[in-house]
Design a protein around this ligand. Structure first.
Ligand code: MN
Length: 237
């Protein structure tokens, strides 16, 4: 199903003033910031089958993600937050309301998540592979660490692969809709890869088997996006 075909399906009420737009230019910072946009999914709901089923994708994108976005926009309107890039807001998120923290995080995290998955299997680009091997020893060790962090995060949250301000790559997890850009995070850095481990992300297909969902995630990663995020993060330091 193409983007324009399901806009009518999710109803005009869900689509306030901002329109759908490509995420990549926003997330990579390559375009001038011009407000908060609900991003294009970039592929069909069934594109990630059999690892993520179409029904989960549709509900996750049109209900959960759209809900976080709408609630964030409602809370941010009439304040400077409406014009402030999310990365800036997260730097002092401890001073904002729970509504901004939870829904702003939910809006941003899912935008990264959709973009760092692809229906087409990919190899890890050479320079990214080298960077991973340098900081984790091997790609397998990195994957194991990321998988463990994602599987063992208690309750709802996210698994992350990120670049720290010291230039080192690391793996972490966050509760709820927090992320490593937030000043409340245990380990702070620029997110390169995120995995949603809320039950709504996998329960229809995997029920209680979160580990199976996490293991299958490795079939879906857009390593070029991860590599581009790393390059971008390195240049803005
Ligand atoms: Mn989610």
């Amino acid at each position: 199903m193409k983007r324009r075909n399901f806009i009518s399906a999710i109803g005009t009420a869900a689509l306030a003033a901002p329109v759908f737009g490509p995420l990549s230019s926003y997330a990579t910072g390559s375009a001038k910031f011009n407000g908060h946009e609900f991003p294009d999914l970039g592929y069909d709901f069934n594109a990630l089958e059999p690892y993520i089923d179409a029904q989960t994708m549709e509900l996750h994108y049109t209900k959960h993600h759209q809900g976080y976005y709408n609630n964030f926009m409602k809370a941010a309107k009439d304040s400077k937050l409406a014009e402030t890039p999310m990365e800036e807001i997260f730097k002092s998120i401890s001073k904002e309301s729970e509504t901004i923290r939870n829904n702003g995080g939910g809006y941003y995290n899912h935008s990264l998540f959709w973009e760092n998955m692809t229906p087409s299997q990919q190899q890890i680009p050479g320079d990214l592979r080298k960077a991973i091997e340098k900081d984790f020893g091997s790609v397998d060790k990195f994957k194991e660490e990321f998988s463990t962090a994602s599987k063992t995060r208690f309750g709802s949250g996210w698994g992350w692969f990120a670049l720290g301000s010291n230039g080192k790559l690391f793996v972490t997890s966050t509760p709820n809709q927090d992320n490593p850009l937030m000043d409340v995070a245990d380990e702070r850095g620029t997110p390169l890869l995120g995995l949603d481990v809320w039950e709504h992300a996998y329960y229809l297909k995997y029920q209680n088997k979160r580990a199976e969902y996490v293991d299958n995630f490795w079939n879906l990663i857009d390593w070029n996006v991860v590599n581009n995020r790393l390059k971008q993060a390195n240049t803005v330091k």
